[in-house]
Design a binder for this molecule. Structure first.
Ligand SMILES: Cc1cc2nc3c(=O)[nH]c(=O)nc-3n(C[C@H](O)[C@H](O)[C@H](O)COP(=O)(O)OP(=O)(O)OC[C@H]3O[C@@H](n4cnc5c(N)ncnc54)[C@H](O)[C@@H]3O)c2cc1C
Length: 461
C-alpha cells in the first residue's frame, strides 16, 4: 500500500510513528527544512539552542516529538523542503516541488496534517513595515533568535497573544503593551470550562500573571484604532480605545497581531473534501469523522488542519488517523488503543470549546472597519470597494457569496489566495448583505496552494 503523509508537525509525527509500527513505510513530506511543525519548529542547524530556552514549558514534549521524528526519518521516504502544491484525488497523486524540481507522488491513502496559520483582522496601518502576525513574531524568535522590533506591542486575542508576549519579554524584548480585544468578563465567564484544561490553563494564568507583575501595559476589551507610522519608516505607535471607550496611544516600532488560528486546509479542499462552518471556532473546517476519515476515499485528516485543537490534540489525532487508515486497509488494530485515543480526544474537545468561548473571534472588528482600510494586501483592495461591489451585485442579482465577490473585486485572488484576508472579507460581506457569515461561503482553494516559480528557459549570451 502506498501511503503519503503531508506535514511533520505533532500530528504528522504521531501518524507516521503509528504507520511504521504497523510495518508501513510512507512517503513523508514537509515544506519546512525539518520537522516539528509550528509549535516545535526547529532553528536552522547553526543556530541550535537549548530546548528549554526555545520551548519553555513545552521543552519535554518538543524533545519527545523531535526524537520520534529523527528516529523515523531513516524508516520512511522522508522529503523535507518539499511543498505539496496540488493534490488530484481522481488520480490519487500529490504534486510536489522541492528545490526547483517537480515530482508526482502516487498514493493509495494520504494523511494530511497541514496545520494552521494565524487569523488576521485588518487594522488601519497593518501593511506597514514592522507589523507581523503573532505566529511570525514567534517564528522569528524561535528559529532566528531575534525579535520583530525593539519596542513591541502585541494585539489580538487568544492564548498565542499572551504566550508570544511572554516569550518576547522573557527573551529580553521591550514589550510595551498587550492589547487583548476580548473583555475580561468574557474570559471570566469561560473560566469553569477552562479548568478542564488542567496544566494548559495553569500555564496560561502564569503567562498573564508574569506579564502583569513586570508592569507591562495590558488592556482587555481593547478596540484597535490604527497602527501609526509611514510606509517607508514603518511603525511608530499604536492607538486603541480602552474598555471604557477612552482613546489610548503608545509608541512602538513593531506590532505582532492575530486573532486565533485557522486551519491550513487547502489540500483537503483540492482533494474535494466538503467543508462545514463551525460557528464556535468561526472557521470553515473540512468534514471528517472522529478518527480523521473524510468522505473522500483514501483521504484522512489530523491536527490543526482538520480543525483547531492544539498540539496535544494533534499528536492524538495523528495516531488516531493512522489507525483508521490501517483499519480501512484491512489491518487488525487494537480496539482498546482506539477507544483510549477517542476518549482523550473527547476530553480535549471540551477544553477547546471553553477556550473558544474565552477568546471568541471578534467579528465586529472586521464588520466595523472604515471604508478606506486596506483589506486585501495582495490586490490592494479596500473595505469600501468590497462593500460597493456587494451592494451593486445584490441590487442586480443574487447576493454575492465570497467566490463571486472574488470575481468582481479580486479579493483573495493574489499570492495568499485569501488565506490572510478571507476571514475578514467574509465578515465585511456578511455585514453589508445583512446575512449570516456561513451564507457567504469560503474562498475555494486553487492550485498551486502557495506561489511556485514558473519554469522559463535560461537565455544564453
Ligand atoms: C505560527 C504558529 C505558532 C504557534 N505557536 C504555538 C505555541 O507556541 N504554542 C502552542 O501551544 N501552539 C502554537 N501554535 C499552534 C500549534 O502549532 C498547533 O496546535 C500544532 O502545531 C498543530 O500541529 P499539527 O501537526 O497539526 O500542525 P503543524 O505543527 O502546523 O505542522 C504542519 C506541518 O505541515 C507542513 N505543511 C503544511 N502545508 C504543507 C504543504 N502544502 N506541503 C508540505 N508541507 C506542508 C508545515 O510545514 C508544517 O511543518 C502555533 C501555530 C502557528 C500557526
Amino acid at each position: 500500500m502506498r501511503v503519503a503523509v503531508v506535514g511533520a508537525g505533532p500530528a504528522g509525527v504521531r501518524a507516521v510513528e503509528r504507520l511504521v509500527a504497523a510495518g508501513v513505510s510512507p512517503v513523508w513530506i514537509d515544506e519546512a527544512p525539518d520537522g516539528g511543525g509550528r509549535i516545535y519548529q526547529r532553528p536552522p542547524p547553526g543556530l541550535m539552542r537549548d530546548a528549554r530556552l526555545l520551548y519553555g514549558f513545552e521543552a519535554k514534549r518538543a524533545t519527545a516529538v523531535h526524537d520520534a521524528l529523527d528516529a523515523l526519518k531513516p524508516k520512511v521516504d522522508w522529503r523535507p523542503e518539499t511543498l505539496v502544491w496540488h493534490i488530484r484525488p481522481e488520480a490519487r497523486t500529490l504534486h510536489t516541488l522541492s528545490r526547483g524540481r517537480q515530482a508526482d507522488v502516487a498514493y493509495d491513502a494520504a494523511i494530511l496534517c497541514t496545520g494552521a496559520m494565524d487569523r488576521v483582522i485588518p487594522v488601519p496601518g497593518w501593511a506597514r513595515p514592522g507589523v507581523t502576525t503573532l505566529g511570525a513574531a514567534q517564528i522569528a524568535l524561535k528559529t532566528q533568535g531575534c525579535g520583530i522590533g525593539r519596542r513591541v506591542a502585541f494585539l489580538g486575542t487568544g492564548p498565542l497573544l499572551w504566550l508570544v508576549a511572554y516569550q518576547y519579554a522573557k527573551a529580553g524584548a521591550d514589550v510595551v503593551a498587550v492589547l487583548d480585544t476580548t473583555p475580561f468578563a468574557t474570559k471570566l465567564r469561560a473560566a469553569p470550562g477552562l479548568l478542564l484544561g488542567g496544566m494548559t490553563f495553569a500555564k496560561g494564568l502564569y503567562y498573564t500573571a508574569w506579564l502583569r507583575r513586570r508592569g507591562i501595559r495590558i488592556a482587555e476589551g481593547a478596540t484597535p484604532i490604527a497602527i501609526d507610522g509611514g510606509d517607508e519608516n514603518g511603525v511608530t505607535g499604536i492607538a486603541w480605545r480602552d474598555a471604557a471607550g477612552r482613546e489610548q496611544h503608545i509608541a512602538c516600532d513593531a506590532v505582532g497581531m492575530g486573532w486565533g488560528l485557522k486551519p491550513e486546509a487547502q489540500l483537503a479542499d483540492l482533494a474535494r473534501v466538503p467543508f462545514s462552518h463551525d460557528p464556535l471556532q468561526a472557521n470553515w473546517v473540512p468534514v471528517r469523522d472522529g478518527a480523521g476519515r473524510t468522505p473522500v476515499a483514501g483521504i484522512y485528516l489530523a491536527g490543526d488542519g482538520a480543525g483547531i485543537g492544539g498540539a496535544e490534540v494533534a499528536e492524538i489525532a495523528g495516531a488516531r488517523a493512522a489507525l483508521a487508515l490501517l483499519q480501512d486497509a484491512g489491518e487488525r488494530i487494537d480496539p482498546i488503543e482506539t477507544v483510549t485515543l477517542d476518549r482523550r480526544l473527547a476530553s480535549q474537545a471540551r477544553f477547546r470549546a471553553a477556550l473558544e468561548r474565552a477568546f471568541p473571534f471578534p467579528a465586529h472588528l472586521a464588520r466595523d472597519l472604515a471604508d478606506d482600510t486596506l483589506l486585501c494586501r495582495c490586490e490592494g483592495l479596500r473595505v469600501g470597494e468590497l462593500r460597493a461591489a456587494a451592494r451593486a451585485e445584490a441590487a442586480t442579482g443574487p447576493a454575492p457569496e465570497v467566490n463571486r465577490a472574488k470575481a468582481f473585486t479580486r479579493i483573495g485572488m493574489g499570492r495568499c489566495q485569501g488565506r490572510v484576508c478571507g476571514a475578514a472579507a467574509a465578515e465585511v460581506l456578511a455585514a453589508e448583505l445583512d446575512c449570516d457569515v456561513a451564507a457567504i461561503g469560503r474562498l475555494r482553494g486553487q492550485p498551486p496552494v502557495k506561489p511556485i516559480p514558473i519554469p522559463a528557459p535560461v537565455d544564453t549570451p
